[in-house]
Ligand binder design. Structure first.
Ligand code: B1M
Length: 235
């Protein structure tokens, strides 16, 4: 599509499939206002926030990620896409987080030291809030001391760690070892996630579980809470 045609494009005239595709194109191009407008239109049309997040936004970031990996996109362009993604997530956050679900536990979550990727981690945090967890989000580049301090202060049921780089994922093991040294390992369920991880890695570093996406993180956390509840009930 030419620039002139793009300028004239009325997002409301597109059907749902075309709009999702257009949101992904706009995300690719880092057009924050257009992405936000597209998301708002899908909401008006009755789309569920989770479906908008996964189908339009995460689907769009997958395309960005592929072209980043293939050397077609570079850091400055990807940063624009990430900013557009974050603006759209700000629209969805209250809808995903405030579901009125009964409070069932507490989670501390962060992206590990050396790593500044936070989009996926923030989606997990939002979904966990929506599922009834109080979430303390420590942000990015979180070192073992910060995780330990937060565990001591907030006494969470779940500790979540995110890593998107093969060079930062081993740091999760450092945090788990630090928890053990402080005598805190058995107090928290450790869940790990991020694109380069898998279940074998999670097991090898001593995490309780690897979660491939935010939905799985919610399911896994709830299952651990249920087990804990059952153990207490039968004790
Ligand atoms: Co970066 N980057 N990046 N990047 N970046 C990747 C990760 C990369 C795979 C791109 C590529 O080459 N194809 C590659 C890593 C290669 C590798 O390690 N094997 C890479 C690289 C190399 C880099 C830099 C080194 C580039 C450079 O500077 N030369 C640099 C590193 C900076 C650093 O961290 N120190 C860098 C920088 C950046 C930006 C700043 C430009 C930006 C980040 C902006 C931000 O996050 N605020 C960025 C982005 C956006 C990406 C890609 C394109 C997209 C990541 C993303 O947001 N995905 C990414 C490509 C890719 O992943 N395919 C890439 C969408 C998100 C919804 O998915 O994060 O996987 P994801 O989260 C999912 C699941 O993984 C899971 O649930 C989420 C939602 O369903 N999950 C969890 C995640 N965390 C969880 C925690 C849990 C549970 C589940 O806890 C319980």
């Amino acid at each position: 599509m030419s620039d002139a045609e793009e300028d004239d494009l009325d997002l409301r005239e597109l059907d749902d499939d075309e709009l999702v595709e257009q949101i992904q194109d706009d995300l690719y191009d880092g057009l924050k206002d257009e992405v936000v407008e597209g998301v708002e239109i899908l909401l008006e049309r009755g789309w569920k926030p989770y479906d908008i997040m996964t189908k339009a936004l995460v689907g769009g970031m997958d395309i960005v990620g592929k072209d980043f990996g293939d050397g077609i996109l570079f850091v400055p362009e990807v940063l624009l896409s990430a900013n557009a993604m974050k603006a759209a997530m700000d629209v969805l956050r209250p809808l995903l987080a405030e579901t009125g679900a009964e409070r069932i536990g507490t989670m501390v979550i962060g992206t590990v030291k050396g790593d500044i990727h936070d989009i996926g981690k923030n989606i997990v945090a939002m979904m966990m809030e929506g599922a009834g967890f109080d979430v303390i989000n420590l942000g990015i580049n979180v070192d073992a001391d910060q995780f330990i301090t937060a565990v001591k202060e907030h006494k969470p049921d779940i500790l979540g760690m995110s890593a998107l780089l093969t060079t930062t994922m081993p740091y999760m093991k450092t945090v788990i070892e630090a928890l053990a040294e402080e005598g805190l390992r058995d107090d928290v369920v450790v869940l790990v996630g991020g694109a380069p991880l898998n279940a074998d890695f999670g097991k090898a570093i001593g995490a309780d579980a690897y979660c491939k996406d935010a939905a799985e993180a919610v399911q896994t956390a709830k299952a651990f809470m249920q087990r804990r509840h059952n153990r207490r009930a039968s004790a």
